[in-house]
Design a protein around this ligand. Structure first.
Ligand code: IVH
Length: 672
């Protein structure tokens, strides 16, 4: 290989890493300027040596997930994440929530405590006792097919004993030891990976599995996915079974009572430095699997487990500047630009400053020496000022939007100052577009932050409907710097692939204030179809209307969010945007999971009075069966479940002649 060619290969590797870090792990490993410089250098080389084109794939991944070359695999049950706990009080609260949900007395709960490895999660499916396929977590619903890569990890069993279920999915964490991570980085010409987790992810997600084969990846198995028959009654028993099947299970895992969690935390914290791999806390999982399944999930995390994180790592550095960023709802967010500093193994150059009150409370000034902390994945924070810079003056928060110049105001008690520029503020427009295309919304591959910004500046994108017109500009896009025929065609394909979208994602993508993923799901489930949702939202703009009352009564929505939705639908421009989007899209009806076979599917239920089953569980059960739970009784209510000492809601049900159920009748209908 010539020198130039090998330099080109190195550049490609760097760019591929940066793409992966930025788009897939949300953890950039270099500044935008450095990234752009790399790309420029590579593009120049490519111009002189067109024969390198075959090796130039990373250049084509403009804004795309680098693993787009992998086939997607849908998870049989979603792969979720964990809620965090940071101290003993929060752990106690977590236990209390479990008790309240299940209506348990104070018998101590039993947990399995497992070190939380900093790697990447994996799902391994076995059929007929033989390894069939493997997928990364991806967005939780769909991951990448890394079967070939997993086959290179010798310590993962490829067959299971005859006693194993006919079909079973085993989940765990792929990781690199600290030593292997350091050795890997040493063997690269340049230090490529910021931390072992990044290195493990980068090593597994190689389109060329022979590269994965050279990386000493390991697995700890720790969770269940789908299974054709039950393996165990407790999580502890499940782990022992996995061990007997030849999987490695973390040897520090222990079965403990809730009262022992704090001392376990301390003990592992002390051993942490001696462990061969990085851990960032301990995962506590309720041992009883029947209780786990009753608890189920809330949003993206199980109610039966928590990750108790170790205290954060700290460091001292200089605050060079305070940048003000403008979000999609106009919020002005201050961000600290720092002299880069190593905080527990990760180079940090930005920190969040939350809001203007935080800056004045801590009296943070430009040039100050500050102490910062980094905990797990969260954005580093500035803890305090250690020393003011000479002659520094208190920071004055801007009263105008730094992007469009409109007045920025604070609403009543709100700590956030917002740009009033709305539709004319470029920053808000761009952020809304970025949100619209993002992974949890339309999930348009190749349409990340930079691409959206680029197309906006070029006048190709002004509002969301324009995204679906991009395919008609494919040739023009192919001509753009940094693009090419292939990447433009990929973008067209990615956009076309997303013209069919589930209602909940669509609602979330609109970026309405306070309508995050969870609320979008609640709305989708309640209104089921797009036309029905839209019609009801427009009717709900009238205060006091039946539609407005219904909206505010949806459990989890409430009057404040109803007001935000009404505000969105009162704006003619938003209605025009919806009209235009409808031209391009097929919006799929919300799935009601067990709709067909449950008598509760699609029904609207109100619970009132005291039930023996705890209220949160009753509500969650009803929702699992496709029911909509609301807080107030109306003509539209199908069932009112009446517990002891019910008051006005029971009276109203009688007055409206609604069907009322006793708790037992509800249990029977729900099949409990
Ligand atoms: S259980 C629904 N157990 O931490 C339960 N996760 O912050 C899902 N992780 O995505 C995971 N060690 O990648 C579990 N012993 C452990 C773990 C563990 C590390 C990772 C995993 C997960 C993330 C959540």
């Amino acid at each position: 290989m010539t020198n130039t060619k090998s330099h080109f290969t190195t550049l490609m590797a760097r760019i591929a890493e940066a793409n992966a870090a930025y788009h897939t792990h949300d953890a950039p490993i270099m500044t935008d300027a450095d990234y752009d410089a790399l790309r420029r250098e590579a593009a120049e080389l490519l111009e002189k040596h067109p024969e390198y084109a075959q090796a130039a794939a990373p250049l084509e991944e403009v804004g795309a997930a680098p693993a787009s070359g992998f086939k997607k695999l849908r998870h049989a049950t979603p792969m979720l994440s964990l809620d965090n706990t940071f101290d003993a009080q929060e752990f106690t609260d977590f236990c209390a929530r479990i008790r309240r949900f299940l209506g348990l007395d104070d018998t101590p709960l039993e947990f399995v405590a497992e070190p939380k490895i900093d790697g990447l999660s994996i799902s391994l499916t076995y059929e007929n006792q033989t390894f069939a396929h493997a997928a990364t977590r991806g967005d939780g619903t769909e991951g990448e097919d890394v079967t070939q890569n997993i086959l290179t990890i010798k310590s993962i069993p490829t067959t299971l004993p005859k006693t194993a279920p006919q079909k079973i999915e085993i989940r765990g964490e792929i990781y690199l030891t600290k030593q292997d991570f350091l050795a890997l980085n040493d063997s690269q010409e340049e230090k490529k990976f910021a931390n072992p987790r990044n290195a493990a992810a980068g090593s597994l997600r190689q389109l060329d599995a022979t590269i994965t084969a050279t990386r000493p990846l390991k697995l700890f198995a720790y969770a269940q996915g789908e299974s054709s028959s039950p393996v165990a009654k407790t999580h502890w028993e499940y782990l022992q079974t996995l061990k007997s099947w030849g999987f490695s299970v973390n040897p520090y895992s222990e079965l403990i009572l809730e009262s022992a969690a704090e001392s376990f935390q301390t003990k592992i914290g002390e051993e942490r430095g001696k462990l061969p791999y990085d851990i960032d806390g301990v995962v506590y999982k309720l041992n009883d699997l029947a209780l786990q399944s009753r608890l189920g999930f809330a949003g993206r995390a199980p109610r039966w487990a928590t990750a108790w994180k170790f205290p954060a790592e700290r460091a001292v550095t200089i605050l060079e500047a305070i940048d003000i960023q403008v979000g999609r709802t106009g919020a002005l967010t201050p961000r600290a630009r720092l002299t880069p500093v190593n905080v527990g193994g990760v180079i940090v150059q930005h920190a969040t400053l939350h809001n203007e009150d935080e800056i004045s409370r801590k009296d943070i000034r430009i040039g100050d020496t500050v102490e910062l902390q980094r905990a797990g994945d969260v954005i580093p924070q500035i803890l305090r000022v250690i020393k003011h810079a000479d002659k520094a003056t208190p920071f004055v928060f801007p009263q105008n939007c730094p992007v469009c110049g409109s007045l920025a105001v604070r609403d009543g008690e709100d700590v956030v100052r917002r740009c009033t520029g709305g539709l004319i503020c470029d920053a808000q427009i761009v952020e809304r577009l970025i949100h619209f295309c993002s992974r949890r919304a339309f999930d348009i591959e190749g349409c990340g932050d930079k691409t959206v910004q680029e197309f906006f500046s070029a006048g190709l994108l002004k509002s969301a409907p324009d995204i679906f017109k991009l395919p008609s500009h494919e040739e023009e896009i192919a001509q753009r710097e940094g693009w090419g025929k292939l990447s433009a065609a990929n973008l067209t394909a990615a956009i076309r692939a997303r013209q069919k979208i589930p209602l909940a994602r669509f609602i979330f993508a609109l970026g309405i204030r306070r309508i995050g993923e969870n609320n979008a799901k609640l709305l989708a489930r309640h209104y089921t179809t797009y036309p029905n949702w839209r019609e009801n939202m427009q009717a709900a703009t009238t205060i006091g209307s039946e539609a407005r009352e219904e909206l505010g009564a949806i459990s989890g929505i409430g009057p404040t969010i109803a007001t935000d939705l009404a505000a969105f639908f009162s704006e003619p421009h938003n209605l025009q945007t919806l009209d235009a989007l409808e031209q391009h899209l097929t919006i799929q009806d919300a799935e009601t999971p067990t709709a067909s076979n449950s008598p509760l599917a699609g029904k609207t239920i109100v619970f009132t009075g005291t039930l023996t089953m705890a209220r949160p569980e009753a509500k969650a059960r009803a929702e699992q069966l496709g029911a909509k739970v609301t807080e107030s009784v109306s003509k539209k209510t199908d069932f009112v479940v009446i517990g002891a000492d019910a008051g006005s809601k029971a009276a109203k049900a009688a007055e409206l002649g609604l069907t009322t159920l006793t708790e037992q009748q509800f249990r029977d209908l729900a099949g409990l």
